[in-house]
Ligand binder design. Sequence first.
Ligand code: SF4
Ligand code: SF4
Length: 411
Amino acid sequence: MGSASGAAKVAVVRLTTSRMPQAKETSSTTIAASRVATLTEASGALPVNSAASFLHHLCLDRADRWYPLLAVHYLTYACRFRCPYCSNGEGRPYPTMPSPALPGSRVLELLRIIRSHSDHLVLTGGEPLEHPDVAEVLEGLKPLKFRGVILTTNGQGLEPVLPAVARSVRYLVCSLQTLDSRKGDLGYGSVPGTHERILENIDRAARWPGRRFEIIISSVVTPGRIAELYGVYRYAQERGFRLAACPQLVGVKAHADLARSGEYRAFFNFLIAEKKRGARIQGTVDYLEHLRDLRKFSCRPFALLVVDPTGQVFYPCLELGRFAGNLFEEPDLHRLRLRGAAKHGPQPDCDTRCHSACALGFSRLLANPLSGLHEAVCWGRGWWGGLSRPKPGPRAPEGRLASTAPLSRAL
Ligand code: SF4
Ligand code: SF4
């Protein structure tokens, strides 16, 4: 939507990009801010308007308003894998957490409420495809008319749900740490053949007839395993996939060894150079530089709405593990923000932490919208970080995609 970039541009010219909910304002910013308030208030009564929400975050982020730019729903925390880097905000691996699962019909009810607050949705976990009614949920997404649905998966259970994915999902995010199947199986803590099956499933997804969803390969940068990620990067680029790389977090902090690792820095320098020459890499250069340097940033948690498997809304963020209330009981997000503040206090002033795609990505985009102007244009049409609307059909070289052999063998 062109208006997203236009709106951002106006805001950048007229307003500072710092947070200023209760700050003293100049007369010009007051006028602009009141226009934004009117716009966002008006959009609250209408179907969600991402551009107005973006402007709200850019200019106001009032403490009594919650206009998420992206909703993230943890369908389940369950996962059969045992990746050594798996960690929630407390450092706990998701598969070790209790994971109540709502029935599919109830999940769709919850997603309907979420839809009234956000144009864009991430379905994640754990492993979301391990939700017992995941097929029903995916099939039920279409009528909810999200403008963009992102599904993150380890790829193991992809095959049976691919038809539903193709109908409802815009960005399919598959984790991949290595092209070496032996190491891959060990990394998942799974039986031999698992990694190979995952590569086959990614192949299947890539070859899906008339594919309209984009494939993103998501890699966690872990100490001692960085060299393998260059191969994963090539694998992604050769097939027209996007690569999303994030540092391993232990709880909310990047693994201590990464900060002092020249190899880590060199990998992000490589990605930044590739990004500058137009490679398909998730995030802006500014965002990648923050990941490289593990820099402190000013967090904007209310740009997101994060909902647990039962409908509980994290306040202010997943990482702190606290809840404002349940969306089934209180579907009004503004009230939930106030309730969260009353229970847990205002947004904390955090130290250097949370170098994740959502927390860092949106915070930097709001702090420095010019850095991602071309990406913000696409954000209006899809997910943050998208460079272009997914085009129909495979974008990898035809010959390779036509091959029946797993793509990894073609490298
Ligand atoms: S696949 Fe994801 S949820 Fe499962 S163990 Fe690995 S990192 Fe954790
Ligand atoms: S930096 Fe942001 S996401 Fe992380 S704990 Fe603080 S408020 Fe939450």
